[in-house]
Every structure is written in C-alpha cells, then in structure tokens.
Design a binder for this molecule. Structure first.
Ligand code: GLY
Length: 252
C-alpha cells in the first residue's frame, strides 16, 4: 500500500512544456482543476500528498514521475532524456532525501521515470526517446542491490513505456496492442486497450483502485468486467502536454 505521494502544481506557463500533441492549447484553470481532483483522489485513497510549488523555468516539472524512481529502499534520481528537463532533478532531491537514501543516474545514461514499470519485484525499463540503454543499465544495477530483477523493453512509439502499458495488479497488464505480444510480457494476463483508446493504457494502480482517464468506455468496461474497482478522472489538459495520470505523482 502506498502511504505518500509527491506532486508538483503546474505553473501558469505549463503550456510552454514539451509536447507532440495536436489537441490544442491547454487551459490553465482547467489544468489546475484536473490537478486538484487528482490530489483529492490520492488523498481519498489514504495517501499523504506532499505538494511542491511550480518551477517557472521548468514548465514540465509537474510531471514528477519522470525525475525519480522510488522503491521502499531507495530513491533513484533520474537523468531526464530531454535536455529541457534535466535541471528538474535537483528540485526533487530535497523532499525525497527526507524519505529515502538517494542514488542517481549519471550521464551518459538517461532515464525518465515514465519508462519504468514495476510489477512486484520485477522492473520493466523502456528504452525510448528519453531513456537509453546505459540509463536502463544503471537503474537495473541499483535495483539489483535490493533484490529486484529488471529487463529492458524497446519502446518504438509514444513517449514512454507507460504511455502504452500499466501494471494493474493481479498479474495483469493494461496494454496497447503494439506491446501485447512482446516476450517480456508473455506471462501476464492482459487487458487489451483498443487502438483508438491507447491513451487509457496509462492508468494508475493506487491502493487497490485503478485511476483511469475519463472518456474511454471500452477500456473501462473491460476493467470492470474482470472486477477492477475504477475511479475516472478528467485528463484533457495534461493530455495536450503528452502527460498522463501516472506522470503527475511519485507514489511510495
Ligand atoms: N511534456 C512531457 C514531456 O515531454 O516530458
């Protein structure tokens, strides 16, 4: 069970962040409403939510998941693959060091937390536009010290590994068709996300509930049919910035 979450409020300039989306210009007030609902949902699930202030020079910094990987034993500060985001890491270390010992990914390794999916004691690390083999290896070696296993997964489309797959408990993946047949995922039960609902593959298991984006009825029904307990949240504005539900918090 998670006890804590760290989030960072989006800044008024959050629309200046990196994005490949063509969904239009996001609205600050709507973004804040969606972010507030996200925080309230995490609190309702029993988490103490630590809310950091925006960083004006880093408009993507509210996507805190990318700058650290946290296990019960260690917090690994990443080295984000986008040059524009690299400086975010020094702003997450102070709060994490009050909960965990710190390790770091060092250049030439790059790693975004959005590429790191944990399923029990096993980590799947996406090698993507943001995470390179060296970054994955450094994280894997740190995780090995604490008894975790790891392997890499090649991410050929989308921003991060977790843009297309989420572990939702019960040995089950919520997964886009593009990844479903990959060998690393062979031994999981799979809930396939239809091609036109791919965004819903980024959903979030928190204390036995699945937080998923609103507006993806077929994925919702598939999850409900097999007995998952779902909370739906509006995500329109973070989606315009290539972000999803997992990206906006660190849970531990
Ligand atoms: N806008 C999120 C990212 O590109 O990292």
């Amino acid at each position: 069970m998670f006890k804590h979450a760290i989030v960072r409020k989006p800044g008024e300039n959050f629309a200046e962040g990196l994005t490949t989306s063509d969904l239009g210009t996001p609205d600050y007030k709507m973004m804040m409403d969606q972010h507030n609902a996200y925080v309230i949902t995490l609190q309702s699930l029993g988490l103490e939510v630590h809310i950091l202030q925006p960083l004006a020079q880093y408009p993507d910094a509210y996507f805190v998941e990318d700058v650290a990987v946290v296990t019960p034993e260690i917090a690994v500060i990443t080295n984000p693959g986008a040059r524009e985001r690299a400086g975010e890491v020094r702003h997450i270390e102070p709060i994490l060091s009050s909960f965990r010992s710190i390790a770091s990914i060092e250049s030439p390794g790059t790693l975004d937390g959005g590429d790191v999916m944990q399923a029990g004691d096993h980590f799947y690390i996406g090698v993507s536009e943001r995470t390179n083999e060296e970054g994955a290896k450094q994280l894997g070696q740190i995780l090995n010290r604490y008894g975790y296993q790891w392997e890499t997964v090649s991410v050929s489309g989308g921003l991060h590994l977790k843009s297309a797959v989420s572990y939702v408990g019960r040995n089950t993946l919520l997964i886009s068709e593009s990844l479903a047949n990959l060998r690393p995922f062979a031994n999981f039960e799979k809930i396939l996300v239809d091609a036109d609902e791919t965004y819903a593959a980024n959903s979030l298991l928190v204390n036995e509930r699945i937080i998923m984006p609103d507006g993806f009825p077929r994925t919702r029904e598939k999850l409900r049919t097999v007995g998952f307990n779902i909370i739906e949240l509006e995500t329109s504005e973070m989606r315009k910035m290539d972000g999803g539900l997992s990206c906006m918090s660190l849970r531990f």
